[in-house]
Design a protein around this ligand. Structure first.
Ligand code: SF4
Length: 467
């Protein structure tokens, strides 16, 4: 393994040097080109301002030239950024089939002490193991939000001792935490969403950490989130944060395990006998803050254990918000701050399409709400066709509808995203998608299905208990 690693390292290092040289040559050429244009523009401007009969105020001319120089400078910077973006897009394609070890080696070789691994205390410990295997020095930082599980703190300590490293902890600003907790309490995120608390406890400390770096390494994987991580490349110009030089494009983000399945990460950790967070043995897959993370059941997606009271598409804490495209945010009915938007959703293929599932319009469900002496019970799913969890329960819901066909129990759906979302939140107890309601016979208020088990048997048990 060591010699294989050394061989990989050797070949990678020379590639890196070559690549870096090529890059500086490209940027140099561009910059030279821009400087040339700048100097000819300066000359042209100088000739114009001194022409007889025209304005010859030398102060005004100097100021105009300075303005022009600033514009040219700005343009040069923009061009350099374009080159940088294109450069890393090329590198991402080049490394698409590379191993995590190779990608890690490339990242550490290229950025040295100006890159650090972001470690959350979960299976992203694999990044630290890969870094160790490269034989290169590396830095690790972690966000201590103050709300982590005790097991995670003990695990940080274990990792420090195992690798003989010091994790660079980043803490939230005490004044900001105090203001948040004093005005809104300790659990405001259950009421108005996790974004505000995450901004104070995670995003701002992360922003501070990244301002001291030129690149960072994350454990993001495509298979981690149904809605937000499906397209992450192995390396990219960070779409959200700034690095040491400041400004958009000043930070590079490496995702060495982007293309690796979760089970392969676990095989790697087992093979290498890497210590893992004891929470994993209690059913936790994804690990974050204690109040916002819970174990998942076999078959449940790991992200269902995070911010489970919110929509699936909004489940990024802000650390990787750039993963969510504007288009996806629009479709999810969520704006850039994570708040619900009023935009309606068009052009998405509908789901729960069955002759046994009644499609309710807004007046239809309003009538159902008004009926106090209902003759037949109704089961209604409030859904959004783009929601992966709604899509995942489509089979069992349609099967249930077929079972109840002609039985007197009506099975229906109401599309509750976009313009209908505020109404559904106020009148229909919509928290996240899907929400399932049972309208009993002769009772006015619907009863919300409390579980996330959406198989036929669980739904049947719920209906049998209430009808
Ligand atoms: S995960 Fe929860 S507790 Fe942690 S920072 Fe975000 S909202 Fe706050």
């Amino acid at each position: 393994m060591a010699s294989a690693t050394a061989a990989i390292s050797g070949s990678i290092s020379s590639h890196s040097l070559l690549d870096r040289d090529l890059k500086s040559a490209q940027i140099g050429n561009l910059a030279t080109g821009v400087k040339f244009r700048e100097s000819s523009l300066r000359k042209r401007w100088a000739v114009n301002v001194m022409e007889p009969g025209k304005r010859n105020d030398s102060v005004a001319a100097a100021s105009a030239v300075a303005d022009l120089a600033a514009v040219v400078e700005e343009k040069a910077r923009a061009l350099e950024k374009e080159v940088e973006v294109a450069d890393y897009e090329k590198t991402a394609v080049e490394l698409q089939n590379a191993s995590p070890l190779e990608i890690m080696d490339r990242a550490l070789a290229e950025f040295g002490n100006e890159i650090a691994i972001a470690f959350s205390g979960a299976e992203d410990v694999a990044l630290i193991e890969y870094a160790r295997l490269t034989g290169r020095p590396f830095r690790v930082f972690s966000l201590d939000t103050g709300r982590l599980n005790p097991e995670t703190y003990r695990y940080f300590d274990e990792v420090e001792r195992h690798y003989n490293i010091h994790i660079e902890y980043m803490f939230p600003d005490a004044v900001e935490v105090q203001a948040l907790v004093r005005t809104k309490g300790l659990f405001s995120f259950y009421e108005d969403g996790h974004q505000e608390c995450c901004r104070v406890r995670k995003v701002r400390p992360l922003r501070r950490a990244l301002k001291g770096l030129r690149a960072w390494i994350t454990g993001q994987r495509k298979d981690q989130s149904p809605g937000t991580r499906a397209h992450i490349p192995v390396v990219q110009v960070d779409p959200s944060f700034e690095g040491l030089d400041g400004g958009a494009g000043s930070l590079i983000k490496w995702n060495p395990v982007a293309n690796v399945d979760g089970k392969d990460v676990w095989n790697f950790l087992r093979t290498m006998e890497v210590p893992v967070n004891s929470l994993h043995t209690q059913g936790y897959v994804s690990i974050g803050c204690e109040p916002c993370t819970r174990p998942v059941l076999p078959g449940q997606h790991e992200r269902e254990g995070r911010w489970w009271w919110e929509d699936a598409k909004a489940k990024e804490c802000g650390l990787h918000k750039g993963n969510i495209s504007e288009d996806e945010l629009q479709k999810a009915g969520v704006n850039g701050n994570g708040a619900a938007s009023m935009n309606s959703v068009n052009g998405t293929t509908d789901i729960f399409k069955s002759q046994d599932v009644v499609s309710l319009s807004r007046p239809g469900i309003e009538n159902l709400l008004k009926l106090e002496n209902r003759q037949d019970p109704w089961l209604v799913v409030l859904y959004a066709p783009w929601c992966r969890f709604c899509q995942a329960m489509e089979g069992s819901y349609v099967e249930l509808a077929e079972k109840f066909s002609g039985s007197g129990i009506k099975v229906a759906k109401f599309r509750a995203d976009g313009d209908q979302k505020p109404f559904a939140q106020q009148e229909l107890q919509l928290g996240s998608f899907p929400t399932i309601l049972f309208f009993p016979r002769r009772a006015s208020r619907p009863i919300k299905y409390p579980s996330e088990k959406r198989d036929v048997d669980s739904l049947l048990a719920f209906i049998d208990a209430l009808r």
